[in-house]
Structures are given as structure tokens and as C-alpha cells.
Design a protein around this ligand. Structure first.
Ligand code: FMN
Length: 329
């Protein structure tokens, strides 16, 4: 019943894309979501990414699922994929069904590299102008990110209005709705508005397969929607980029005198200090004052009640959305 242009394009069975979220979305999560019929995304925005660590992430995901999955890159000054797109993006496009970009103007250079390998291109956007640009440079699908979203936030308007504008602006390609979607109700609303699917981040941060520290998960479970704060607090390493985190993380970081506040182990095995107010995700390897690290969370955090396997989150969202959509027909 929930077959859409998106599910047909990428080859999944339910219209849920798990957000690429750096170290929070390791191979286990991407594969878990794809195995459940959704579309899993491998996160690459993490310390120590190089061609061989990326190859290991891709191989591991492929080992865990034979279903299609995607690979997400943040494109910003200093990110490895921005510095050497051929090396990183081409490699991802050889394995991923979709390669997706976020946080730069849509560029035909990236689109060409992905298409040359036979994969599809997605761009997460925060405005309808950016959506039009993404369609113009040849993207195969778009994610409209409302400002309710957890993590870094590209635009300044709420999901419903952005979604309406983007759907009207780019009628020819599938559009996913992201930001603040944590329940089947919200999923049904996005689909009823005309979205081809939903992108879900924060709910999957509280999945059994996510790569985050238990302190982070506990804080998500304890939080409600009002605790998701739009801020520029965690700016070290990624200046001037608005994001949404839990209020308790801001308060804890402001109260601390220690700097760095802790450490993480990068994917290449090196240890890195986490400066106070760093953009670094509080992953499983974090030590120190984990509660004072960037605990990213969207307004969807109110829907996080406990840790669940990714497949159960997918099932819960789909069942609830289907029931509501049936009722409205
Ligand atoms: C912990 C975390 C890390 C994130 N990292 C990325 C990332 O690396 N790349 C990206 O495109 N988006 C990233 N995002 C944003 C998501 O793609 C998405 O827009 C957001 O999670 C949707 O809102 P929700 O969290 O309310 O579901 C991240 C979000 C979170 C919560």
C-alpha cells in the first residue's frame, strides 16, 4: 500500500529513509533498516575517514545486507568528500544504490561522478530554491529538511511549508520529508501532503544498531520535543552552522570548565580529544563528559520512548501510518 515513486526508484519496500548521521549510522544501522524494507544510509561524516576506512564501511554494510542502501556525505570546506570527490564519492557510488549530499549548493560535478558509476543522486535541501537547483543539476531525488530536524539544519522554515513548496517546485522527482518525523502519525501526514517518503534521524539514533554512547541514548529517552534546541553552540570544527541538540547538552557544556571534555576513537583507530562545544557526535567510543558533547536531536525526540531494534522502528512507523491513511480514505 505504501509503494511510492521513491520505493520504486531505490528498490525498497516501505517509504522510510533512515538519515545518514556520521558515526551514529554505522553499517549495522544502515543494513538493519534496509533489511526491514526501509532504505538504510551509511554515515561517513566521522573522524578518520580515508579511502581504506570508507572501503571497510562499505564492505561491512554489503556483508550485512544484500538489499539496496545509500551513502551520505557532508560537503563543506574541509570535509574529505569536498576535497577529493573522485576518491570518496566514486567509491561510494560503486556500492551504494544512492549517494547523497548535504550542506553545499547542489553541484553537477558530484552528480556526474555518481551517475558515471550507475548510482542515483540525492540532495538534502533546506529551501525550495535549493531543491530547484538540485533538480536542475540532475539529482534523482530530494530530501526536504524542515527546521525541526536533529543534527545540522540547512534551512529556516518548518517541514510542512517547506514540503509544500518543494513538492510544487520539483514535481518531476521523488521528494522525501525530513525533520521532526518520529511517529506513524507524522509519517502519514507527510505522505498525505504528497511526499514520496520520510527521512527519519533521531528515532534511529535510539535504535539498538546506532553507534552512539548510552548516555546520549538515555538523554534522548528522557527528553520531550521542547528539549530540542536550535542553536549554534556546538561550533568547534564546524563554525556558523545552526544545529539542533538537546538542551541538557548545551547546559552541561556551558557549566564545564574542562577543555577538552573527553575523547573519541576515530574510525582509523586514532584517538581524538573532543573540545568543549565541538560538533563531534557522542559515539560509542566517547569517554569523559559525554553529556556535555553535542547530543543532536530533532523535535521528533518526543517520540523516543526506549531503545528498539531498527526493524521494529520501521514496522511501528509503517503500521501506524498505514492505519491512519486507510482511515482517511
Ligand atoms: C545525530 C545526527 C547526526 C546527523 N548527521 C548528519 C549527516 O552526517 N549528514 C546528513 O545529511 N544529515 C545529518 N543529520 C540530519 C539528518 O539527515 C536529518 O535531516 C534529521 O535527522 C531529520 O530530523 P529528525 O532527527 O527529527 O528525524 C544528522 C542528524 C542527527 C540526529
Amino acid at each position: 500500500m505504501l509503494t511510492t515513486r521513491f520505493t520504486k526508484l531505490v528498490g525498497c519496500t516501505v517509504p522510510i529513509q533512515q538519515a545518514g548521521m556520521g558515526a551514529a549510522s554505522p553499517p549495522e544501522l544502515a543494513a538493519g533498516v534496509s533489511e526491514a524494507g526501509g532504505f538504510g544510509m551509511l554515515g561517513t561524516a566521522r573522524g578518520g575517514l580515508n579511502p581504506s576506512t570508507l572501503a571497510a564501511l562499505l564492505d561491512r554494510t554489503r556483508e550485512l545486507t544484500s538489499r539496496p542502501f545509500g551513502v551520505n556525505f557532508i560537503i563543506r570546506p574541509g570535509s574529505v568528500a569536498a576535497q577529493s570527490p573522485r576518491e570518496f564519492v566514486e567509491q561510494a557510488a560503486k556500492v551504494g544504490r544512492v549517494v547523497e549530499f548535504f550542506y553545499a549548493d547542489p553541484s553537477d560535478e558530484f552528480v556526474r561522478i555518481v551517475h558515471d558509476q550507475g548510482a542515483l543522486v540525492s540532495w538534502q535541501v533546506g529551501s525550495h530554491e535549493e531543491a530547484v537547483k538540485a533538480a536542475d543539476v540532475g539529482c534523482d531525488m530530494i530530501v526536504a529538511q524542515g527546521m525541526e530536524a536533529g543534527g545540522h539544519v540547512r534551512g529556516t522554515i518548518g517541514l510542512l511549508n517547506l514540503l509544500c513548496e518543494v513538492l510544487d517546485a520539483v514535481p518531476g522527482i521523488p521528494v522525501l520529508a525530513g525533520g521532526g518525523i518520529g511517529t506513524g502519525r507524522a509519517m502519514a501526514a507527510a505522505l498525505a501532503t504528497g511526499a514520496d517518503g520520510v527521512r527519519v534521524g533521531t528515532r534511529f539514533v535510539a535504535s539498538a544498531e546506532a553507534g552512539v554512547h548510552p548516555t546520549y541514548t538515555d538523554a534522548l529517552i528522557a527528553a520531550s520535543a521542547e528539549d530540542s534546541v536550535y542553536t549554534r553552540t556546538f561550533h568547534v570544527g564546524w563554525p556558523e552552522a545552526p544545529h539542533r541538540v538537546l538542551r541538557c547538552a548545551i547546559e552541561a557544556a556551558q557549566a564545564l570548565q574542562d577543555d577538552p571534555v573527553g575523547t573519541v576513537i576515530n574510525i582509523d583507530g586514532t584517538q581524538a580529544g573532543v573540545p568543549r562545544f565541538a560538533a563531534t557526535v557522542a559515539d560509542r567510543t566517547a569517554t569523559g563528559y559525554v553529556g556535555a558533547m553535542a547530543l543532536y536531536a530533532g523535535q521528533s525526540v518526543g517520540a523516543v520512548k526506549r531503545v528498539m531494534p531498527a526493524r521494529d522502528i520501521v514496522r511501528e512507523l509503517v503500521e501506524e501510518a498505514e492505519q491512519l491513511l486507510r482511515r482517511s480514505h
